[in-house]
Design a protein around this ligand. Structure first.
Ligand SMILES: Cc1cc2nc3c(=O)[nH]c(=O)nc-3n(C[C@H](O)[C@H](O)[C@H](O)COP(=O)(O)OP(=O)(O)OC[C@H]3O[C@@H](n4cnc5c(N)ncnc54)[C@H](O)[C@@H]3O)c2cc1C
Length: 550
């Protein structure tokens, strides 16, 4: 989408009739020049609709640079109104005037009940986040040396969760002045700065998430109608349908919203996107849609165990704490497999399991190897061919046609800087400090050769994320969740072996490992969840009636 269109979507002017619809939800306030209405790094209190005067959106990280000014009919506020995240942009009154203030809780109600305003607000919040991502403005500043594993993990977390950030490398002289202006000491420091004052030293993704409010304060003791574990395509679809059907829906994600699909630079076979869509964009759209309907998402939180409780179920979190739900949708998908090469830990900074802009930028102009024979490997090779000098695609089998779509094979074969090496595997990694070359061996001819490689993309399949379910539900011999065995009112192809527990997407035994099928399963499973909840209500009513009689 062009910036002009995004700009129009991000900064609409409300009509008088639309402001009138908002008035019962807020109060009119006088504002004075210099008043800080929203502060970067603080929770977003709500919307400020300007009635008279002007306000400025200010980038605290860049010497209070004014990003934009707003006048009558425009509103200030961002996605944090819906997610509970802290503000990334400060909003300051430039002149005296008046504003209609609508608190965040009321915004959620407006979005749920007034479609005309819901469309405008949700579109604006999503577009504002996209503009921030593009402009690298008003962002979190991550300071940390290139090649540091912890820094890379944090950059990845921010990228995949759509947290706008700028990255400053203490080893890069061009960044020195900016680092100094953030107040960071000299040397290989690793810290995060948000706004002017908010500093985290040696941040982990968990600490960053907690600090910016991405990791929701979950209500202790309350029982959700459905807890969706995993926010890949299947979990996000379940969240959208669950919340839109009025179910109290909580989504728990341990890594990044979007799951495996979020690691794909371009999904070309998802219906409705003839030119393809990046997994990150698809995930962001689904996330905003789920938030719009009132689903609550928390990341990064890891489900460590599933237990039966009188209220229904408890999802025990690895980080501590328990979530209670009347039903569970397991959507934890699968995790990439690692190579069986002992030296891979030494070169961990050059071994990737995703091919998005983040990885591609690191491989610009270099030689890279992609390992794998399925669509994920083919897409990665195609995508990287636009950045890397040369891409070798290693496939252990004698043909790509077994697991890869035909259109991809055609493209790879017609791309000049892609070399397809069939019957071939990587047998050793080399390099003094960083990865420099890889020994590749032809399994048919037994010939080996060492080829230059500065990045290794390993896409050799995945194993199910079901360790947290051991003993809780039936798994098949490969660890995928068995479904469809139950009879009863909530019978469904997605029912696991325990009533009230369902599984969808890649984690389900015998599922089709595709985005569309994961989305389809996540959408339709909600009908069965609904029926299960209805049986609980019926049982509760029958028990109440029984106790009234006795
Ligand atoms: C690089 C790549 C490219 C691909 N390209 C395509 C394509 O072009 N077309 C296509 O149709 N398919 C493609 N696929 C496959 C597709 O992405 C998957 O089939 C799809 O993402 C499965 O969705 P899912 O929601 O079932 O699981 P996943 O996407 O695996 O999501 C599961 C989520 O659960 C989370 N999770 C796991 N364990 C826990 C836990 N204990 N607690 C909390 N959260 C947990 C994970 O972090 C993850 O976010 C691709 C896959 C990859 C890796």
């Amino acid at each position: 989408m062009t910036s002009d269109i995004l700009d129009q979507q991000a900064f609409p002017t409300l009509k008088v009739t639309q402001i009138a619809l908002l008035r019962p939800f807020g109060d009119t306030r006088a504002i004075a020049a210099g008043d800080v209405l929203i502060e970067a790094g603080e929770p977003v209190p709500g919307l400020f609709v300007i009635l008279e005067g002007r306000t400025a959106s200010v980038d605290r990280a860049n010497d209070d640079q004014v990003i934009r000014t707003s006048g009558p009919g425009e509103f200030n506020g961002e996605l944090g109104v819906l997610t509970g995240q802290r503000a990334l942009v400060a909003c300051i009154a430039q002149t005296d005037g008046t504003a209609l203030f609508v608190p965040s809780a009321a915004v959620a109600e407006i979005i749920a009940t007034i479609p005309e305003l819901s469309d405008i607000l949700v579109t604006a919040f999503a577009a504002r986040r996209q503009l921030l991502m593009q402009a690298v403005l008003a962002t979190i500043t991550i300071i940390g040396p290139e090649g540091d594993h912890d820094v890379l993990a944090l950059l990845e977390f921010a990228d995949r969760n759509r947290i706008p950030y700028r990255w400053l490398d203490p080893g890069n002289p061009d960044d020195s002045a900016s680092i100094a202006s953030c107040g960071a000491p000299e040397g290989p420091v690793f810290r995060v700065v948000l706004g002017k004052h908010f500093v985290l030293d040696h941040p982990t993704p968990q600490r960053l998430a907690r600090a910016i409010g991405l990791d929701l304060d979950l209500p202790e003791g309350s029982v959700a109608d459905v807890i969706v574990v995993g926010a890949g395509p299947a979990g996000l679809a379940a969240a959208v349908y669950g919340a839109s059907e009025g179910l109290a829906t909580i989504v728990v994600e341990n890594s990044a919203i979007g799951g495996q699909a979020g690691m794909s630079s371009r999904i070309e076979n998802y219906v409705g996107f003839p030119t393809g869509i990046s997994g990150g964009d698809l995930a962001f759209r689904a996330e905003v849609q789920a938030l719009k309907f009132g689903a609550r998402l928390t990341v990064p939180r890891s489900a460590g165990a599933l237990e039966k409780r009188p209220e229904g179920f408890a999802v025990v979190l690895d980080e501590g704490g328990v979530l209670l739900g009347r039903s569970i949708v397991i959507a934890t998908g699968a995790r990439y497999r690692k190579l069986a090469l002992p030296e891979q830990d030494k070169y961990a900074g050059a071994i990737y399991h995703a091919a998005t802009d983040l990885e591609a930028r690191r491989c610009r102009g270099k030689e890279v190897i992609v390992i794998g024979g399925a669509n994920s490997a083919g897409q990665a090779a195609m995508f990287l061919s636009g950045y890397a000098a040369h891409v070798r695609l290693l496939c252990r089998s004698a043909s790509l046609g077994i697991k890869m779509s035909h259109y991809l094979i055609d493209r790879l074969e017609h791309t000049a800087n892609v070399e397809i090496c069939l019957d071939t595997e990587a047998t050793a990694l080399h390099g003094k400090d960083a990865l420099e070359s890889v020994t590749i061996a032809n399994r048919r001819t037994d010939e080996s050769r060492e080829v230059p490689a500065h990045g290794l993309f390993v896409m050799i399949g995945a194993t199910p994320c079901t360790g947290w379910l051991t003993g809780a539900v039936d798994l098949d011999d490969k660890g995928f969740v068995r479904t469809g065995q139950r009879n009863g009112p909530a019978d469904s192809p997605f029912h696991a072996s325990v009533p009230g527990v369902f599984a969808v997407g890649d984690v389900r035994s015998n599922s089709v490992k595709r985005v569309a099928s994961a989305v389809g399963e996540g959408s339709v499973v909600i009908q069965a969840v609904y029926r299960h909840l209805a049986t609980l209500h019926d049982a509760a009513d029958a028990s109440d009636a029984g106790s009234e009689k006795s």
